[in-house]
Design a protein around this ligand. Structure first.
Ligand SMILES: NC(=O)c1ccc[n+]([C@@H]2O[C@H](COP(=O)([O-])OP(=O)(O)OC[C@H]3O[C@@H](n4cnc5c(N)ncnc54)[C@H](OP(=O)(O)O)[C@@H]3O)[C@@H](O)[C@H]2O)c1
Length: 265
């Protein structure tokens, strides 16, 4: 891995420059995605379509597409010098990232009940995104990010970490509620109730957006901010689309429920 990085980059300055460029490019992609999603839903789950390639089994798709988000960072930590990974702020941020991706890539796919197949293009894009983001987040945190010794007592770190934890718990709990709407073998849709679904249609998305916004606040870098912005664009659009879909599908859908932000939106 170290040899691969030294083939790709002539110096550490160059690699850091590329990591920064990757973050700015992700923000640019978020802007493009925002405008694209005004006209089209992300084509998987209830919006799956054959227009974007052959169908990939949902469990297989989630497991394979998310695996690089776990595997690439593990390779970086084990097989590169990772000089900053012994520092506490870096360790805590890396732990937040792994906590999410151990659940998302190694546990979540095997709990899915009756998920719709994912079109190949969505699957391939998610796979590439996980390699890109996994390298960008963990290479920056493990080798370049420098925080002052007091950073873990700074309000940004404390509030960011708390938001990350609340968001992660909300995301896992909401995905659990959705999963249990179906009995084994069922594939249809029901009105979700309980937890944050009492307030918003996209409770799992609100959890994940909160999680990465907290991570960005605690990490205070363009790399973590770019990821939070990209996630917000994709998942806010999905929450709005799901909300409209529920309103047309179920006459008895709770009228006070919002799309993404309780009581507001
Ligand atoms: N960080 C990011 O950029 C990013 C991007 C995408 C997703 N994610 C995360 O990945 C997770 C899954 O995302 P998703 O877009 O697949 O969420 P989703 O559309 O809410 O679906 C989640 C699962 O629940 C099922 N489901 C949803 N609503 C249901 C209902 N009313 N009745 C019965 N079953 C229902 C879906 O089945 P069907 O497949 O049959 O619809 C699917 O298996 C979420 O936690 C999300 O935050 C993160």
């Amino acid at each position: 891995m170290e040899a691969l990085l030294s083939v790709l980059f002539s110096s550490e300055e160059e690699e850091l420059f590329i990591l920064d460029c990757m973050a700015y490019f992700m923000v640019l992609m978020a802007v493009c995605t925002f405008f694209t999603l005004l006209f089209e839903n992300v084509p998987y789950g209830r919006y799956t379509t054959s227009k974007y390639g052959f169908p990939v089994n949902s469990r297989f798709a989630w497991f394979v597409q998310e695996l690089p988000a776990f595997f690439v960072p593990i390779c970086l930590l084990v097989w590169t010098s990772s000089v900053k990974s012994s520092l506490l702020p870096n360790q805590l941020l890396i732990a937040m990232y792994f906590c999410h991706y151990v659940q998302r890539s190694l546990i979540y796919p095997f709990l899915i009940r009756g998920g719709k197949p994912t079109p190949f293009a969505s699957f391939a894009l998610a796979f590439v995104f996980c390699i890109y983001n996994g390298y960008m987040q963990i290479r920056y945190l493990s080798h370049y990010a420098e925080y002052p010794a007091y950073w873990i007592t700074h309000p940004c770190f404390i509030i960011g970490s708390a938001l990350w934890l609340v968001g992660w718990l909300m995301n896992v709990h909401s995905d659990h509620i959705l999963r249990n709407l179906r009995k084994p073998g069922e594939t249809g849709y029901k009105i979700p109730t309980g937890g944050m679904f009492e307030y918003v249609s996209g409770a799992n998305f609100l959890g994940e957006i909160t999680e990465w916004a907290g991570f960005a606040l605690a990490g205070h870098s363009v790399h973590s901010s770019a990821f939070a912005i990209f996630t917000t664009v994709v998942l806010a659009s999905r929450a709005v689309a799901h909300h409209k879909w529920y309103l047309t599908k179920f006459e008895n859908y709770p009228k006070s429920r919002k799309a993404l932000i309780p009581f507001l939106f």
